[in-house]
Design a protein around this ligand. Structure first.
Ligand code: ASP
Ligand code: MG
Length: 419
């Protein structure tokens, strides 16, 4: 009875139950002393409201790029083990500086490197996947009511060597902690105030989304919208982590990422483009079974990821096969095709870098016909030629000329009335 009354009173007074909130801050959010104090204020405000706080930080500003440049001055083919030792230091600078700022504001705080925070990863350097987080230390520090600051982007492997999680990996560190500790919320603070219908630098009429589903965000993240590390979204979906993208500089509400978006029943959530593509073609191969298998199994055995594939209808017993790969794989893919050119009886191998992949994403297209038609009409009216098309349940991608890509984004954005 007494408890019931107390509960009623606390409810009336709006006293909140203590929540665990993970807050991640990107490189621009911690780039200098002033920004670090700005972040310290966000963390300590959250803590002062009675929450437990784990803050995950990226390296300051362009630190990671600068470290890579430094390494290249010394040894262009330095081992990836040593690269990880070097790159992990960027996040450690941020975590200690931020801890010092929080200390100076009179709050209890401790910073932890990836391994101190319990991050165990696979052994692959520079692109390691998180296997497990031993949360004991993190939990102990939170139990002591410390604000915990963790270096993002890093862990250790089973040989006790430092690993990093791939560029942009701090988002994934934050979501991993949120998942492992069953946090109530994982906030990703960045220099934009949320997820937009398109990159506002290309499409000025783009607008911020209040919410988006995990699947839509995952497609957008892998199709070139540079907001989140796509593995972080994958993980958030798998463990149902409530996620929010917001700016560390404005007080504006951001974009929530969750399983089902209820408020906005938009057909299309966004338009993205990816210029990191090359199209390769094998021209005039004989039109008989087994050719595509030979080509793509050879590429797969060399671990080359193929994206859009197009095969022409056979004419006079011959056909063409085109596909796209990311630019980093172009040289290797060309070599493989030249190697098998004779054995598959191809007439010619060609390659084109002047291409861009433009995509629309939206869970609404699953139940609404006509999305492709609207997109293709917009491109047709703008006299933009489509050279390849690929679709999934919630996205449509087209390959077009690189010079047309920004215009394509704008006309598609208009056609779906996303402004
Ligand atoms: N500092 C790393 C990078 O720039 C990791 C991150 O920012 O998330 O890629
Ligand atoms: Mg960074």
């Amino acid at each position: 009875m007494r408890w019931y009354i107390i509960m009623k009173i606390t409810k009336k007074l709006g006293v909140r139950q203590m929540s665990l909130i993970v807050q991640k801050f990107g490189g621009t959010s911690v780039k200098d002393a002033q920004r670090i104090f700005n972040v310290a204020k966000i963390i300590t405000d959250t803590y002062a409201q009675g929450n437990s706080v784990v803050a995950v930080v990226s390296a300051q500003g362009d630190t990671t790029d600068d470290l890579i440049a430094k390494a290249n001055e010394i040894n262009k083919s330095g081992s990836s083990r040593e690269m990880d030792v070097l790159l992990s230091s960027g996040e450690q600078i941020s975590m200690s500086l931020l801890a010092m700022a929080v200390e100076s504001m009179g709050f209890p705080v401790i910073s932890l490197t990836g391994w101190q925070a319990g991050f165990l990863t696979q052994s692959t350097h520079q692109n390691a996947r998180i296997k497990k987080i031993n949360t004991e230390r993190l939990q102990n520090e939170l139990d002591k009511r410390n604000i915990v600051i963790v270096a993002g982007f890093q862990g250790i492997n089973r040989y006790d060597d430092i690993t990093t999680l791939g560029r942009g990996g701090s988002d994934t560190s934050a979501v991993a902690i949120a998942a492992a500790m069953k946090a109530d919320l994982c906030q990703i603070y960045t220099d934009v105030d949320g997820v937009y219908t398109a990159d506002p630098r290309i499409v000025p009429t783009a607008r911020k989304l209040d919410e988006i589903t995990y699947d839509e965000m995952l497609e957008l993240a892998s199709l070139g919208a540079n907001v989140l590390h796509n593995r972080s979204v994958e993980m958030a979906k798998k463990y149902n982590v409530k996620m929010e993208v917001l700016s560390s500089l404005t007080k504006a509400p951001g974009t929530e990422i969750k399983e089902v978006a209820k408020v906005e029943k938009m057909l299309i959530k966004g338009v993205a483009r990816d210029n990191d593509v090359t199209r390769l073609s094998i021209i005039g191969v004989p039109d008989y079974p087994g050719i595509a298998f030979k080509v793509f199994s050879t590429l797969a055995s060399e671990k080359i990821n193929v994206d859009i594939i197009l095969q022409s209808i056979g004419r006079n017993g011959r056909k063409d096969i085109s596909f796209t790969v990311c630019r980093a794989h172009k040289g290797q893919a060309m070599r493989i095709l030249e190697d098998i050119k004779e054995s598959v009886g191809a007439e010619e191998i060609t390659c084109d870098d002047n291409v861009s992949k433009v995509s629309v994403v939206g869970a609404g297209m699953q139940s609404n016909p006509g999305v492709a038609a609207t997109m293709f009409q917009a491109l047709g009216d703008a006299n933009i030629n489509i050279s390849m098309i690929s679709t999934s349940e919630i996205k449509i991608s087209v390959l077009i000329h690189l010079d047309d890509s920004e215009r394509a984004m704008r006309v598609i954005h208009d056609a779906f009335e996303l402004h």
